[in-house]
Design a protein. Structure first.
Ligand SMILES: *Cc1c(COP(=O)(O)O)cnc(C)c1O
Length: 473
């Protein structure tokens, strides 16, 4: 008997390997051209949104279209409708121009599409991720027995930390939630921390009031005296402090909270000590700057994003903890339909996610191709470029407001000229570069970040020229 002919839809969704290869070759050239064009164009979106919405609304999928035409339409849309992370003058929010090996890793992961929530379904992939976690924990200075997993990003990793802290504070948290505590559970972060903490507390049902935003010391660091006093007062009032989360590299200004002092206070109160090194954590690669993170090794848990200064594709975060067993206490669940339920190896009983993408491959291929020394050079180059850029502006009367060893500068222009907002607007509108406005210690500042592996000295010179021209009298 002859096998039935492939139907139209089968050809579109599951074409033969020849079509796949041909499309793949065409696609890789098409994308390379698109990304090259991006580098020569505007950093900011140029799309006519009204027209774009009309085009989009017409697509109701009543008729099938050729895939290549759809790809052309969508890449065209992305070329015009994005702030371009791959543009060499995107000096933005750590969203990286992705490393090439991580792009390749995404492609590989997409082709095999492994399900890595259970070891038995994907032993090779899970073992690669475990290896990466071990390597990173070691670089972070954590004990050999440490564990962890990849996450969708820093927010999920921080969320995991809070679940662990609450679970360790009282085992009844698992059954009773916030009611397991006789008083309000509290987590302590600085006012300059990444405010995903508020969403996390909300979702976990401990409420946004659980987040104590501790004052900073005028230099953007958590004020240790205020932290100590606040915890003492809260504890005396019957609340339940559960965690201090220090930031090692604030999002705005690359400032590191006093990690040892935070660790001491956490130890004194026997509460969880977390270090959020979402972007600054990449400094673990640099022997030269590693001590910026000194004290991180004392943490109960650490957040590092792969999709920030490590430059992998989004979303890729990392959660590390020295209390590996606690993950299973926090995330265990028994089911009949899962092929296994092994606390020692199955991610779905050790983490927030269930089905999982093979994220760790991005860092495996990137680190494999560059080595730790390649990453050290990547981060050190960023620090050097931002330093030279800042020096030049300072010589022209600009002020550097933040004191950071990381690759971010918070600057204020000379008085009497354009305001911070006017300058940032002018730069972003020009499409020449992307920078942002933020506040540092209550002051409006221009924020310029150099985590972009595609930026060169010439790109920084172009931005400096533009800024100086805007502020020349
Ligand atoms: C970016 C960032 C986060 C959030 O990470 P996502 O990957 O965006 O979820 C948390 N903390 C700090 C310090 C960050 O810079």
């Amino acid at each position: 008997m002859q096998s039935p002919e492939k139907k139209e839809y089968e050809i579109s969704l599951f074409p033969g390997s020849e079509f796949q290869q041909e499309t793949g070759r065409w696609l890789s050239e098409h994308l390379a051209n698109a990304i090259n064009a991006v580098a020569r164009g505007h950093v900011s979106p140029t799309v006519d949104v009204a027209r774009f919405r009309e085009q989009l609304a017409r697509r109701s999928f009543e008729e099938a279209e050729p895939l290549t035409e759809l790809i052309e339409w969508v890449t065209d849309a992305l070329q015009q409708g994005l702030v371009q992370m791959t543009h060499p003058r995107y000096f933005g929010l750590f969203n990286p121009a992705p490393s090439f090996p991580s792009v390749v890793a995404d492609t590989i992961a997409a082709h095999f599409n492994p399900q890595i929530c259970v070891w038995s379904h994907a032993p090779a992939a899970v073992e690669i991720e475990e290896h990466m976690i071990e390597q990173l924990a070691q670089k972070a200075g954590m004990p050999e027995s440490s564990g962890g997993h990849f996450t969708s990003g820093g927010s999920e990793a921080n969320n995991t930390a809070v679940v662990c802290a609450l679970t360790r504070a009282t085992p009844e948290f698992a059954e009773l939630g916030a009611r397991a505590f006789s008083g309000q559970p509290l987590i302590y972060v600085s006012r300059e921390s990444h405010l995903a903490w508020l969403k996390i507390a909300h979702q976990l049902g401990i409420g946004r009031n659980a987040v104590r935003l501790i004052e900073t010391d005028g230099l953007g660091r958590m004020d240790i005296n205020v932290l100590q006093e606040t915890i003492d007062v809260d504890a005396a009032a019957g609340a339940a402090p559960v965690m201090i989360a220090a930031t090692a590299g604030t999002t705005n200004a690359g400032v590191v909270d006093p990690l040892h002092a935070c660790a001491d206070i956490a130890r004194h109160h026997a509460i969880w000590f977390h270090v959020d090194a979402a972007w600054g954590g990449a400094l673990v690669c640099s022997p030269r700057y590693r001590d910026v993170l000194d004290g991180m090794e004392r943490a109960d848990s650490v957040t590092i994003d792969a999709h920030k200064w490590f430059a992998t594709t989004m979303g890729a975060g990392i959660f590390l903890t020295r209390h590996k067993h606690l993950l299973n206490e926090a995330f265990a669940v028994a089911t009949d339909y899962m092929p296994s339920n092994d606390a020692s190896v199955d991610y779905y009983v050790n983490s927030i996610q269930w089905s999982r993408r093979f994220i760790g491959l991005r860092l495996f291929l990137s680190l494999g191709a560059a080595g730790w020394s390649g990453y050290a050079a990547h981060v050190e180059r960023g620090v050097a470029l931002i330093g030279a850029f800042t020096d030049r502006l300072q010589r022209e009367g600009w002020r550097l407001e933040n004191d950071s060893k990381m690759a971010v500068a918070c600057l204020t222009p000379p008085a009497g000229g354009l305001s911070v907002t006017e300058i940032v607007d002018a730069v972003v509108r020009s499409g020449n570069a992307w920078i942002s406005e933020t506040r540092f210690e209550g002051k409006a500042v221009i924020r310029v970040c150099m985590t972009n592996g595609r930026s060169t000295q010439a790109d920084f010179d172009a931005l400096a020229d533009q800024l100086l021209q805007l502020t020349s009298k």
